[in-house]
Design a protein around this ligand. Structure first.
Ligand SMILES: [Cu+2]
Length: 499
């Protein structure tokens, strides 16, 4: 084993070894049943008579009531905390998904599809290998299936297998040269680095399996294997965090914060202390190649570690650091250190209203070359059929990343971008939400970029549909209108889509 991935594995094993004896004292005696610490109600409760919106859920143990949908990647965590990879979002986050129980197995489907017209500002020729202009009809997309299979018959399973598959139609719709996005950088097409374009995501963006096991009533350990998958590095990926879900576009900070969400070869060991979680990953540092249909060669040559903390139902925090071995094909001799920190805040504003905000920081350090920083602030305010959303970014990119002339390659440019949009659902809460939206984007950079992009503030806009499964009425532990969902026993084969 190379020392590079011994370190995170040792860290996680160490944590598990320290924590397991504690569980031997707590719950080790009753391996057959539910731990004594979690009382089961004598009678099933009738949730249809309860007004959950007025209840204090902080003190309630919904696990014991048997109806918490579990995260694919962790048997001890509610589905509402699940986002991308093994990253955590706030427990109060709404879930846009269709869900079905098959016996004791849980199947969920989540996805987004944005047919749209988009146009970007600036005077620069943003084509690559002769392909792609500044305006385009297209449709970024993502579809995710999540399957959970408990490995024992208890109402509160001790262990489970979770399988997740994420697909994107980007290779077909966006093509290899991707969509126009002013000041975007990263990855290649026909061997040439993309600039002012977002690369397409891979057809197979994630195929992962996770084994997770409870330790006592609140803690757990898990092993996540993905090919491709997402290592423990960065916040939940933009398209999986509620504050970013109204944007068809990737953030300009993508390759500073969450771009490792498609990694061909990931092994993550994690230990969840309840509100804290510590993870270590060994993974392939190389970003996906330009063939978006294939499975890239697996290498476990890079590593990362992440500490997550959900102090309240509304907050999810993380810090993470990773070493990426030779991430870029165009610079195979360069390695990168990435450091990220994020604050996600989600607050329910009633039965069908929500505020989601994220602040994300990312840093890329290429030894002997450059250290650059990226800041993203996103917020989305949803009330019934209406959502207003905003993303503000400040990102430092090198002339090389922006594919400027060799004389400017070593310069660092601070770029600002602000996107504001509004979506109105034409169909809402009926299983699939279809929203019609409009978004304006304003971007600028230092005057050194004027000779490439022209002067002034660059303005872009888009008109788009936002298509996704409706919000589930059961919002994690803060559920509303639960109807007959009052126990694991009668959940068999019950569709729980939208309203
Ligand atoms: Cu991406």
């Amino acid at each position: 084993m190379k020392p590079i991935f011994v370190y995170p594995l040792a860290l996680c094993f160490g944590t598990a070894i320290v924590a397991f004896p504690a569980q031997a004292q707590m719950g080790g005696m009753d391996m057959g049943g539910a731990p004594a610490a979690t009382p089961t109600p004598e009678k099933p409760m009738d949730h249809s008579q309860m007004d959950h919106s007025k209840m204090n859920h902080e003190g309630m143990n919904h696990e014991a009531m048997g109806h918490t949908m579990r995260s694919t990647t962790d048997v001890a965590v509610s589905m509402s905390r699940e986002s991308s990879g093994t990253a955590w979002q706030p427990d109060s986050s709404p879930m846009y998904m269709a869900m079905k129980m098959r016996g004791r197995d849980q199947l969920a489907l989540h996805g987004t599809f944005y047919p749209r017209y988009t146009t970007i500002g600036g005077n620069r020729d943003v084509s690559v290998a002769g392909q792609g202009g500044t305006s385009r009809f297209d449709a970024p997309s993502m579809l995710m299936g999540m399957y959970v299979h408990p490995l024992d018959k208890s109402d509160m399973p001790r262990s489970q297998l979770g399988i997740r598959a994420m697909l994107s139609a980007d290779p077909l719709i966006e093509r290899g040269y991707g969509y126009p996005l002013l000041f975007q950088s990263g990855e290649v097409y026909k061997g040439q680095p993309l600039h002012d374009r977002q690369h397409p995501h891979d057809l197979f963006s994630e195929l992962s399996v996770t084994y997770s096991r409870r330790v006592g009533s609140k803690q757990s350990a898990y092993l996540y294997l993905g090919y491709p998958g997402e290592p423990a590095l960065g916040p939940p990926t933009f398209m999986h965090r509620i504050s970013g879900m109204d944007f068809a576009d990737a953030p300009l900070s993508h390759h500073w914060q969450d771009s490792t969400h498609i990694t061909f070869g990931v092994a993550t060991l994690g230990y969840n202390f309840g509100k804290f979680k510590l993870e270590g990953s060994s993974f392939n540092g190389r970003e996906p190649d330009e063939n978006r249909y294939n499975f890239d060669t697996m290498r476990l040559n890079s590593y990362s570690g992440r500490l997550s903390w959900n102090p309240t139902r509304d907050v999810a925090l993380q810090v993470s650091h990773g070493f990426l071995k030779s991430p870029e094909t165009s610079h195979p001799d360069e390695n990168q250190h990435r450091t990220t920190a994020s604050i996600l805040y989600n607050h329910s504003l009633g039965e069908d209203a929500n505020l989601a905000t994220a602040f994300v920081y990312g840093q890329n350090a290429i030894s002997g070359e450059s250290t650059t920083h990226a800041y993203t602030l996103e917020t989305a305010l949803q009330k019934q059929k209406n959502t207003v959303f905003l993303r503000a970014e400040h990102v430092q990119k090198t002339g090389e990343e922006l594919v400027l002339n060799p004389a400017d390659a070593g310069n660092i440019y601070g770029i600002n971008a602000l996107s504001i949009g509004y979506v109105r659902d034409l169909s809402h809460g009926k299983g699939v939400d279809v929203g019609l939206g409009i978004q304006g984007t304003f971007a600028d950079g230092p005057s050194g970029l004027n000779s490439y992009y022209g002067s002034g503030v660059y303005k872009g806009f888009q008109v788009f549909f936002r298509i996704r499964p409706s919000r589930m009425k059961m919002n994690g532990m803060g559920m509303t209108g639960m109807g007959s969902m009052d126990g694991a026993s009668n959940m068999g084969d019950m569709p729980m889509t939208g309203k």
